[in-house]
Design a protein around this ligand. Sequence first.
Ligand code: BG6
Length: 455
Amino acid sequence: MAFKKDFLWGASTSAYQVEGGYNEGGKGASVQDVKKIPDGTPDFKVCSDHYHRYKEDIKLFNELGLKAYRFSIAWTRILPTGDGEVNKEGIDFYNNIINECKKYNIEPIVTMYHFDLPYELDKVGGWSNDKTVDAFEKFAKVLFENYGDRVKYWLTINEQNIMTLMGSVIGTGDSSEIYQDNHRMLLAQAKAMILCHKMLPNAKIGPAPNISAVYPNSNTPEDNLAAQYANVHRNWQFLDACVFGIYNKLALEMIKSQGYKLEISEDDIKILKNAKPDFIAFNYYNTSTVKASQKINDSTKIDQQNMSGVNGFFEQVDNKNLQKTEFGWEVDPVGFRVTLNEIYSRYNLPLMITENGLGAYDKLEDGKVHDDYRIKYLKDHIEQMRRATESGVEILSYNPWSAIDLISTHEGFLKRYGFIYVDRDNESEKTLNRYKKDSFFWYKKVIESNGEELD
Ligand code: BG6
């Protein structure tokens, strides 16, 4: 048997995408509640109404056979203004979620911050303000005090790298000081990890970036060099700082060349070095491919730093060897194994997959959803994860995105990922009734057989 007996087969959601109840139970506004919503997609007021239906949903998760449920805690339910008074109703809500999971022997895996910075903190600069670092540490303390007796696995920040490299796209920020802001997030994360180890010696904590291998477009030495830089830019700079407490030199070279501000004090480095994650959690959807950048590097100009390239270092290109989803995302199960192998080789820490999945236009027909495309996607990825496990890569848990349909960042309910269909669309909330998709029954068998039966 490839997977250990206690392997945590799970599934994933995030608070602002699944809960709704946006102003109930004393919740404060987050940046997601106030951002400009793309035309034709719904806001985050109702989502999948998990806030009111969590009991029904967790009962379904139990029927699915989940051994773990990865969800996030809305910072603004716990501290409505980000760092003021603790909101008891918010504390109770997650107590209920955790207790409901425990009732069914489902291990809660808790993300502390998934794209939903409190709006009150954003108003005073968000991650550009040192106060947000203190606020996050306070938030962490409240979580550890209230839930540490039942939650063993903690994830600090979801996709810090995407917030840094593509903040404007997901509504979490964008500025010429983005690397200074990223540095504050690294400090906040380090402080939370140190605090967790102090307060909860038996708990485990780690980061949750979006990591995926970057390929060179050809075997020219120039393209290979471009891929090396792109890997550092997209992946390693974030994990090197989290695991080793160091700034990757190639990252610093790129950051400086683009004119970004980044000041790091010796005290900050001490904090980063004192913090050690117990595992690396990561989200994986697809790889990317780059070629050498043809542009001339103009060091006086600040470029929009993003995933698609860094002026003078690399440029992203399509990979002609890979198929794409209906939403244009490349599909690369072997790349998943490449990524697992690479992270494990670099950091030698246990891994946890916190997201992986296929967004598609699912159709409800006579109460059924025939999502064989999703089954194929997940099957191919689990197969590669199995092979990585067999070569010695230590993996604790696999949590596909998503446990249940929820709002996708850009397409709302048009693009679905769940094992459970939610009857609503972008135009109206309809019945919000839940239906088990074909992938639900398939994943149930996968879990029952501990990953042996994939067909
Ligand atoms: C991850 C995020 O980047 O991708 C999720 O952590 C997100 O919050 C998921 O929903 C899928 O992206 P999208 O844009 O298809 O919803």
